[in-house]
Design a protein around this ligand. Sequence first.
Ligand SMILES: Cc1cc2nc3c(=O)[nH]c(=O)nc-3n(C[C@H](O)[C@H](O)[C@H](O)COP(=O)(O)OP(=O)(O)OC[C@H]3O[C@@H](n4cnc5c(N)ncnc54)[C@H](O)[C@@H]3O)c2cc1C
Length: 496
Amino acid sequence: MTEILVWHRSDLRPADNAALAAAALDGDPVPLFCFDPQFYGADGLACDARLRFLHESLADLRGQYRALGSDLALLHGDPRERLRDLLDEYDALYVNRDVTARYGRDRDDDVFAWDAVRAFGGDGIVRDADETRSEWREQATAWMEADPHPAPETLPANPLDSEVTIDDIETRYDTSPTKTNAPEGGRAPALRRLDRFVDSVPAYPGNVAPPAAAESGCSRLSAYLKFGCLSVREVYQRIQSAPACRGREMYESRLFWNRHYKQKLADWAGWTDRAVNPVFRGYNRSNHDPELLAAWKEGRTGFPLVDAAMRALVETGFINFRMRAMCASFLTYVLREPWQYGADFYYYHLIDADPGINHTQWQSQAGVVGVHPVRVYDPAKQVREYDPDGEFVCEYVPELAALPDAHLPRPEKAPLAALDEAGIELGADGNYPRPVVDYERRASEARDRFARLSDRAREAIETPTVWRRASLSRNRREQLRETDAEADGQASLDDF
Ligand SMILES: Cc1cc2nc3c(=O)[nH]c(=O)nc-3n(C[C@H](O)[C@H](O)[C@H](O)COP(=O)(O)OP(=O)(O)OC[C@H]3O[C@@H](n4cnc5c(N)ncnc54)[C@H](O)[C@@H]3O)c2cc1C
């Protein structure tokens, strides 16, 4: 019988898995995962909580394979070398395409060029087509609605022995997560979350924005989608069983955004390190202030919601969309730091970190694509609207817990008597800091600076190569011409 290696990467499931389904039809699948040292250690760019999530997902996948009669073989080393060696013994290698940053793209270019390798697309991402953007939505919809690949009902034993265990890897790389409340990896916990969320879809519109509601009110499926414990299509189809309502529509649109942003990285690998619009290359580089950047990372800017969100990110590996967007905007427009510093910091800490969404979103939020309105979110306004009783702020910035809610948006404007009564001396040792910058002045200057660059940025983005690598559609071009720049910088957050 033909023995076909099935190389798992970000598709840690037997269900809706094109490569596995094809291998089961064509021969005997030999499932494997290869721990790549590139993603571990000091340069690995992943916090230990994300690595633990991956390891839990692998243990769960292994359990699923064992239940089918097979197993998941675990290897360690550069996949190019390990797989090359294995192909001397096995007949073929089947693998699902992924959307990766530069390293993964180079690796895949090498591996996919070998004769015995079949790479499967069919993930809602359009590849290798010149003129695809006008029909992108139709193609993505057709993929979401098509029948998922069936999971095999049984499999033959796996002849390939593991050369490492998950424990070996955790010991070797000293994986010891410190984050709290991190989700448990694996398909079983993912399905439990999905079931719970389907029941609460009608409440989703009210829960999507307030940061304190994210745990129970959003799906919290992003890490499971990132590692492929569930496919985006499986979630889309399961959500159809929720009652038709605005929450369902909103949620479906988020799943399309997942594909939409990943499509961008598939179109251009440069999203992770270079501004897509050449006018913004090196933007803010000369403004870099290590102290301001450190204050942002450590949650001590003196803007309570920014600080609460940044501390929550570091402590738990998760913040909701609104907090991600607000802190990104604050770093780039108000603190005038290059967007790459923030994108890399999020990428390290987020359990759901995905370069196809994180870095592309960062460029959008930072305005360096050159088609979005300037999005300067006022952190004080965000407290008033989305955390009016200070639930989130006080959880992560306990120094302010005794301050009346009305002063949480701008503690530095609270009357001295109120601060005294709460035992707070802003800026004193061990106390909450004063604002590190003048928000109003900097927000206004940011709008002016972008306004001055907008003509050049528009011209640059309209050149065909830049337009294409930014994955912008013809419709978008029409919209840009019709609406010119949207005036209200917060408009894009209305649905969140
Ligand atoms: C600066 C920035 C960085 C981000 N980085 C990531 C990242 O690394 N990984 C990631 O999965 N999401 C990222 N997002 C998008 C979004 O914030 C998260 O997907 C969402 O908060 C995850 O929580 P959830 O699963 O409860 O989402 P839900 O609100 O339940 O949404 C369902 C799913 O839709 C997708 N989705 C939701 N919002 C977006 C969006 N704006 N863009 C693309 N897909 C979306 C996700 O897969 C998500 O799991 C980022 C957003 C910003 C502004």
